[in-house]
Design a protein around this ligand. Structure first.
Ligand code: CP
Length: 310
């Protein structure tokens, strides 16, 4: 039951295949009639054990636009609150004959665990500090729309790299596609030995910005910093916040990206987040729906007895 647990499991040609597949859905979503019946009769369950706005809504919209029945499990009012384990919850969803399960969970590895227990494809919507593969795919689609290629593209990812599954998946994806990836964070928020992922490490933000084609900003994940170093928002903004002055160090046409949710005035100034022609933040959300449509289509093909996935 091939699912999508991480970018780590994808070859470059598979990433390009998903990007290409998403293009038709970008077109469809921009038109007046947004619905197809490709997944008619299929049941997709979204089980989000952590909060989400973009990922949950876009998976729901994606499934519905393809004609599937989409059910969102309400974790806050579920029997998880009565002590039911993750595996028992997954087995319960499986017994309801789901055709795909989309999971977000606070524990790294939780999605892989469930993928091994159920009889349908499982899509990772973010697991702990591990991976958020559809975010990386939608970011790649956004970059390709603006820049047309990845080879040698200088992408600077700045923020709380240590806790960020978005950073991990983006590094894996962009390095695999041939980009030059730079990561920038205070030393306490940089994972050990991250160079082994094929990135250049910076602690000085202006140096990391010099000549960048894409600047991807991440928020401080305070909820994952219990008992750890917590920088003061004022100090962090001073050293690592993206202002117009700092953006001027990057290429004149550098893209500004942020996966959301943003903390305006901390990692990114409002006038940068809203910079017309440069900020891709709402485009990323648009591409998210198309990319999730592509993933749901491609990953349910085996169940639908349709050819076409590697
Ligand atoms: N980018 C992202 O994953 O946003 P949500 O947490 O709102 O889904």
């Amino acid at each position: 039951h091939a699912g999508l647990v991480g970018i780590a499991g994808l070859a470059p040609h598979e990433i390009f295949y998903l990007l290409d597949e998403a293009e038709q859905w970008v077109e469809l979503n921009r038109g007046a009639e947004k619905r197809r019946e490709l997944l008619r009769g299929l049941t997709i369950i979204n089980a989000f054990f952590e909060n989400s706005t973009r990922t949950l809504l876009s998976f729901e919209i994606a499934g519905k636009r393809l004609g599937a029945d989409v059910v969102n499990m309400a974790v806050a009012t579920s029997s998880v609150k009565k002590g039911e384990t993750l595996i028992d919850t997954a087995m319960t969803l499986n017994a309801m004959q789901a055709d795909a399960i989309v999971i977000r969970h606070g524990s790294s590895g939780a999605v892989q665990l469930i993928a091994g227990k159920v009889g349908c494809p499982v899509l990772n919507a973010g697991d702990g500090q591990h991976e958020h593969p559809t975010q990386a795919l939608l970011d790649a689609l956004t970059i390709r729309h603006a820049k047309r290629h990845f080879n040698g593209l200088r992408v600077t990812i700045c923020g709380d790299i240590l806790h960020s599954r978005v950073a991990r998946s983006n590094i894996l994806c962009l390095v695999s596609l041939g980009a030059e990836v730079r990561v920038c964070a205070p030393p306490a928020l940089m994972p050990d030995a991250i160079e082994q992922m094929g990135v250049r490490v910076f602690h000085d933000f202006p140096a990391a910005l010099k000549g960048a084609d894409v600047v991807m900003m991440l928020r401080l994940q305070m909820e994952r910093m219990e008992g750890q170093f917590i920088p003061s928002p004022r100090e962090y903004r001073h050293l690592y916040g993206l202002s117009l002055d700092r953006l001027a160090l990057a290429e004149p046409d550098a893209l500004v990206m942020h996966p959301g949710p943003m903390n305006r005035g901390i990692e990114i100034e409002s006038n940068v987040a809203d910079l017309v022609g440069r900020s891709q933040i709402t485009t990323q959300v648009e591409m998210g729906v198309a990319m999730r449509m592509a993933c749901l289509d491609v990953l349910t093909r085996r169940a639908r007895k349709v050819e076409g996935w590697a």
